[in-house]
Design a protein around this ligand. Structure first.
Ligand SMILES: C[S@@+](CC[C@H](N)C(=O)[O-])C[C@H]1O[C@@H](n2cnc3c(N)ncnc32)[C@H](O)[C@@H]1O
Length: 241
């Protein structure tokens, strides 16, 4: 199971970060295509956002798209290797700071307009969300939202293969319940495929209940998300650049 020690070992020290995670965007044709084809369409109504926190930026694959969208940015990651790389890469961004944490504790601060995490907390077990969700809600500004990409494996067959090291204790339904009992409101949950596995992951958008008193969760099942990736990739052919 990918617990905090597993994540620390996987993403620190001797980890080969050459390419800075860009290879993970290959199914979409690169991180720029994935940002503009997948993430920005889902977030554009929330952007620009004055104060952004990114949880688990790694080497900054999404940070470079988030920084121009805010006036204050904090990236928090378990891996000192990742934090040092971000400090170096984004040294010219005077509105950005990067903090190494213990995988459970967010830095003080706020109010935050957007908390963002993609392609990281899929490896985080439920205990991490039990720690982070109340802290996120406590830091969100009125009207602010969090967008977290996480595992949905707890909803699937416990015997299924897990080559992408997803957390088996997390599902869309478990996260939705956690957000609700923590004083939040889930706005949208989109269950997505990863590779050949339908319903493998989920993206959850939520805010404070007092910011969205009348909202009801929009629950989306998107088994075609990997086909969408392929479609987006077709627009990125090298001979079209
Ligand atoms: C697969 S990398 C992805 C990084 C980046 N989001 C990207 O898409 O390129 C996973 C990152 O999540 C971080 N991470 C894992 N669990 C974490 C936790 N509980 N809190 C903070 N960071 C965590 C790791 O240290 C690593 O930098």
């Amino acid at each position: 199971m990918p617990d905090i020690d597993w994540n620390l070992a996987a993403w620190s020290g001797g980890r080969d970060w050459s390419g800075e995670g860009e290879a993970w965007s290959q199914p979409w044709g690169g991180s720029e295509a994935q940002w503009f084809g997948v993430l920005y369409p889902r977030l554009h109504r929330r952007l620009p956002a004055p104060a952004i926190m990114e949880i688990a930026p790694g080497f900054g694959r999404w940070t470079r798209f988030l920084l121009p969208q805010c006036t204050s940015f904090v990236g928090v990651d378990l891996s000192q290797t990742a934090i040092e790389a971000c400090r170096d890469t984004f040294a010219a961004a005077s509105h950005a700071s990067f903090v190494c944490n213990d995988g459970l504790t967010l830095p003080p601060g706020g109010p935050l307009d957007l908390v963002f995490s993609f392609d990281s907390l899929v490896h985080a077990e439920f205990e991490v969300f039990e720690a982070y969700v109340p802290q996120i809600l406590a830091r969100l500004a009125p009207g602010g939202v969090a967008f977290l990409h996480h595992s949905n494996l707890a909803a699937l067959d416990p015997a299924m293969d897990n080559p992408h090291h997803r957390a088996r204790s997390v599902s869309a339904a478990r996260l939705r319940h956690l957000v609700a009992i923590s004083g939040g409101a889930v706005l949208v949950q989109e269950v997505i495929a990863w590779g050949e596995f339908p319903q493998h992951d989920c993206m959850t958008l939520f805010g404070r209940r007092d910011s969205f008193p009348a909202s009801r969760p929009t629950l989306l099942d998107n088994p075609d998300s990997w086909r969408e990736a392929w479609m987006i990739q077709q627009y990125q052919a090298p001979w079209n650049r």
